[in-house]
Write a protein that binds this ligand. Structure first.
Ligand SMILES: Cc1ncc(COP(=O)(O)O)c(C=O)c1O
Length: 377
């Protein structure tokens, strides 16, 4: 453990600054060696208290909505890109003011907004669907049959695309380098006719380049061969990879209750409110020093404080019995976790803190009753 747990309040999302810097250093190398620009997908990581650091490494952000775009502009202030499955008329003028790059999801949307965007000096792109199958779960696979995300080659034919400067494709999710290569190969194979007319190509997110098993050299090499052939500006826009394994969610046991099955330890968090992907994806988070049920002497089911019967994280085994006040460390809870939390049931939202590189703890945010009240009216 690279932090002193005694100093951390519970519950708390704890970003470990040194780990974030290590990820950013690797991504800096990818940019320098491949010639691609890597921008931060805010949907995956929007902890803006770190942006003064992050913007030393990344040239900008990509947003999924007007509000994310405003955040990018206000707190990051470098290149602002945006992609949304559809834009609203009543927001589009403001989007054009803030964004340097706008990506449209359909020929209809491009036709509707092209004049407004071009008149505002925005560089416009269209999202295409490369039809690959690198993601097994449909929930995260933009290429499943019937997916609304991106224009298929047959629907681009004959479309009036004059003014389009870029193409964007996002078809990966926590993938390794072979999938990144497959994506670029598929783009070249299916959209070659359009590439000469473009200024830039955005190969989307899902390239998990900070994962220990990701072959960074393979990605760099493939981008370089693409650039050598076509001479385009390349963007990648990962979210998860930026904050991959940069810190845990620290929690405590509030009670241990008997049931007609396993004893259940009730924690000071809620799976549905504070780690929603555990239920939605679903996946089993790692707990430091815990094992699978039965692997160690004391097995418990871990549950949250909400009313949801299924607010259950899973069954875990520990060396010692759990007690009221026992601390549990859920690993890798920064990307896609903080951005998705809710205040369901009014359950107290975990603090946000940073374990600084100089081994000090900084409490960045404590959520209050007023935060809960002011979400609705
Ligand atoms: C269009 C787009 N770009 C980028 C990303 C970021 O992907 P990841 O966080 O997996 O790198 C996503 C994720 O859903 C996306 O939909």
């Amino acid at each position: 453990m690279s932090f002193d747990i005694a100093q951390i309040p519970s519950p708390c999302y704890l970003l470990e600054e040194e780990k974030l810097i290590a990820n950013l250093e690797l991504i800096k190398r990818v940019q320098e060696e491949s010639g691609a620009k890597v921008i931060l997908a805010l949907k995956g990581f929007a902890m803006w208290s770190t942006f003064d650091l992050v913007k030393n490494y990344l040239p900008g952000c990509t947003a999924s909505s007007l509000y994310e775009l405003k955040l990018a502009d206000e707190k990051f202030g470098r290149e602002n890109h945006i992609y949304s499955a559809a834009y609203r008329e009543d927001e589009f003028a403001e989007i054009c003011q803030l964004a340097g790059h706008i990506v449209f999801n359909s020929v209809n949307q491009w036709t509707k907004f092209s004049k407004q965007a071009i008149d505002a000096g925005v560089s416009c792109g269209i999202r295409v669907n490369p039809g690959i199958a690198e993601v097994e779960t449909d929930l995260y696979n933009p290429c499943f049959s019937g997916s609304r995300l991106g224009v298929r080659p047959e629907h681009l034919k004959g479309a009036e695309l004059a003014g389009i400067e870029g193409m964007h494709l996002h078809a990966l999710c926590e993938n390794m380098a072979d999938s990144s290569v497959a994506l670029i190969d598929a783009f070249e194979a299916r959209f070659a006719d359009y590439i000469p007319w473009l200024k830039w190509v955005n190969f989307g997110g899902g390239h998990l380049m900070t994962h220990a098993d990701y072959d960074v050299e393979k990605l760099i090499k493939r981008i370089k061969t693409f650039k050598a052939k076509w001479n385009k500006q390349i963007y990648l826009e990962p979210g998860g990879a930026i904050a991959w394994r940069t810190g845990p969610l620290i929690t405590s046991v509030l009670d241990v209750v008997p049931t007609d099955g396993l004893d259940v330890a009730i924690l000071d968090i809620s799976a549905t409110a504070h780690m929603p992907d555990v239920l939605e994806m679903p996946y089993r988070p790692t707990i430091t020093d815990a094992g699978a049920a039965g692997e160690k002497p004391h097995t418990y089911r871990l549950g949250g404080t909400s009313c949801l019967a299924g607010d259950v994280i899973g069954d875990y085994a520990f060396d010692e019995p759990l007690q009221v006040g026992s601390r549990l460390i859920f690993e890798d809870m920064i990307h896609y976790t903080m951005v998705k939390t809710t205040m369901f049931n009014g359950v107290r939202h975990p603090d946000i803190g940073i374990w600084r590189s100089d081994d000090t703890f900084e409490l960045i945010r404590r959520f209050t009753y007023e935060d809960f009240r002011d979400r609705l009216s």
